[in-house]
Design a protein around this ligand. Sequence first.
Ligand SMILES: Cc1cc2nc3c(=O)[nH]c(=O)nc-3n(C[C@H](O)[C@H](O)[C@H](O)COP(=O)(O)OP(=O)(O)OC[C@H]3O[C@@H](n4cnc5c(N)ncnc54)[C@H](O)[C@@H]3O)c2cc1C
Length: 288
Amino acid sequence: MPDIATYAAPRSLEQAVELLRSGAVTILAGGTDLMVQAQAGKAKFNPTLMNIRRIPELSGIVESGGVVRIGALTTVTDLLDSALIRQRFSALWQACDQFASDQIRNAATIGGNICNASPAGDTLVPLLVLDARVVLAGKPNGSVTRRTLPLAEFLLGPGRTARKPTELLEAVEIPVPPAGFVSAFFKFGTRPALDVAVIAISLGAVRNGRTLTGVRVGFGAVAPTPIRAPATEAILEGCTLDDATIAAAAAAAASEVHPISDVRASDWYRRELIGNMLRRMLDHVGNG
Ligand SMILES: Cc1cc2nc3c(=O)[nH]c(=O)nc-3n(C[C@H](O)[C@H](O)[C@H](O)COP(=O)(O)OP(=O)(O)OC[C@H]3O[C@@H](n4cnc5c(N)ncnc54)[C@H](O)[C@@H]3O)c2cc1C
């Protein structure tokens, strides 16, 4: 087991960022990634292990001023139980519905999913499509300061983010979408439950009949980070979802991703899935 000199469980955000400022700290939230990685020898603990679960500022789902703020400690179960998330952000709700098992959902936090930065992290693709921003708190000069970054700029690669070692992810913010906005998420794994995504797709757009505007398409598990799909979005923007448009979007999607082959699937199979599953999602959204 790891060589941890100090265990800390701060009771405020200020105490937590003060600890981060004063030395090398490993942050523990639900532990569903961290403990598994530590057991496998893939995560190295710093001298201080900081359990952040007693920090009240990191909890809650609140809508205010055109933004929904989701505290970093919000669990996947909390998101599933939230009427606000289900009504406003169905792609995120659907991702939570396909996430692991009840036991893992009860412990796994949205902050941990984001900071773990897996290319296949289930909440990340819908969050990208929903234009989410992360709020990072630190204490560089004696008082707590915050910076906000688009999620797309925060995720740098597998397990790599723009978070400084002295910063804590405090929350994720999602702008309230306009009237008529619809969103969806689909994950394909090699078995129906408890599986890492072979590919994931999310779509967000304002739907007027069969016409989509403000189209955002995101893919997971096909690049070092979850990605947006600009060529696919351009084909769909302002167009009626007829057979020709859907076929063109599916073809663009399959050609604009460059996945790797690994134990779960070949690059060819992933591209096929991306095209076929996007087609299915667009049929579904079009028939609304
Ligand atoms: C059996 C099993 C099934 C799983 N299934 C899925 C699945 O279907 N989909 C999926 O996406 N994931 C899955 N996971 C992975 C995992 O459950 C998620 O990534 C989860 O959201 C991680 O959250 P956590 O709170 O447990 O994070 P932790 O394990 O506590 O932390 C993860 C990482 O984030 C850092 N961190 C956590 N919170 C913060 C914060 N607020 N600020 C800064 N850094 C922070 C930690 O230091 C650590 O590096 C599964 C894991 C297991 C064990």
